[in-house]
Design a protein around this ligand. Sequence first.
Ligand SMILES: Cc1cc2nc3c(=O)[nH]c(=O)nc-3n(C[C@H](O)[C@H](O)[C@H](O)COP(=O)(O)OP(=O)(O)OC[C@H]3O[C@@H](n4cnc5c(N)ncnc54)[C@H](O)[C@@H]3O)c2cc1C
Length: 385
Amino acid sequence: MHKPRVIVVGAGAWGLPAALELQDRGWQVTLIERFEPGGPFASNGGSSRLWRLADTQVWRARAMAETLAAMERLGDRLGAPIHSTTGLVWRDDQSLPAVAEALASIGQPVEHIDPDRVGEVFAGLRPDGRPALWVAQGGVVHADRLLGGALAAFTAAGGEYLPATRVTAIDPDPAAPRVTLASGETREADQILMAAGPGTRELLPGLDIDLPLTPYIEQVVHLGGPGGPALPGLVDCPIGDTPGIYAMPDGDRGYKVGLDQPLRALAGGTLGDDLDRAAWPERTEIIRARVARDLTAVEPRVRATQVCTWTDSGDGDFIVGRVHPGVTLACGDSGEGFKYAAFMGQYLADLVEGGAGDPEYQLRWNPDRFRGQAAREGFSAIGRH
Ligand SMILES: Cc1cc2nc3c(=O)[nH]c(=O)nc-3n(C[C@H](O)[C@H](O)[C@H](O)COP(=O)(O)OP(=O)(O)OC[C@H]3O[C@@H](n4cnc5c(N)ncnc54)[C@H](O)[C@@H]3O)c2cc1C
């Protein structure tokens, strides 16, 4: 029997679960990856990412609730859980009503925490006059387990995996969609799924679509000593000009903290050959000092630093949809795409199979929405959609 063929470009947070899902659905899948999953250059490196039902927008809370179910299913498929639930504290003086409303819309309880009681839900959190929400449904996606498990399952199921292979062009010819590799070889399929994260922009010529994509690099720091209290996840939103932080427990690697502010944009607006991922010592010190001041239960000892890339979409929403009869595009993660990985695997597989997608997501994520529109100034920050 002829199996339909699909090429998935990018074995990252979205492409890899989609490749596994399509392989499981009977497609003949070729997964092409410029580096390897979990490496430093794209967006999926490191061991952990924060997941949260808490958001200012109803549709995101709903997508995350669907993701929770998808993470359970993917964990079952891989034979090991890919996420942990630790609860989450969201502190802000602006966004709490919207977050509480979004959570109420999906039937999730929240607890309102007065400014001087924040230490009761997050040991050692310095009160700063702002109230918070305690949300039980939040925690950590085990990024390394998800990617490693999905890749092992994909190859075990017969998927073809081409690591260290760079796609240089995509031809959407409806009669024979194909990709060109850096070696000059071309590969044809019935469908192509482009999930190249920060490498998307250089592949757009030829697809007759221009997108306001801005890849940034950003830094996180692991801190702490042995022992200490078990802390939940944290979103501490910006105050005036002071950027917010996001943070999560990361097993024996310590407590992982990121400043919600990029180091810089990637040269040329794409991954290209801008592969400098060295941590900035001054950024490490800003995060360390912030932890020493605000997260007093975490020993302010730097254990590791990590830099990776995320790609702003121009309005902070994802860009997902079919852009040619044989090409589906998924990009513009806006710095918060990993938590949706399990859900995206199924959603993208549906699109590749000709499905239209959820009407609201279809509208929000429509790649056509930028035609004739200027991208907004600045970058996406948590709680400021
Ligand atoms: C510091 C930092 C912290 C973050 N924290 C969180 C968080 O707490 N929670 C959360 O949900 N998200 C978080 N994110 C964002 C999350 O990691 C991304 O949203 C997610 O990885 C995006 O998935 P993707 O599949 O679009 O891109 P990627 O994961 O980057 O996958 C794209 C893949 O395509 C490959 N590729 C690129 N170009 C080519 C090419 N030409 N040929 C072949 N392959 C190619 C890349 O090598 C890469 O492996 C964070 C990101 C950063 C940088």
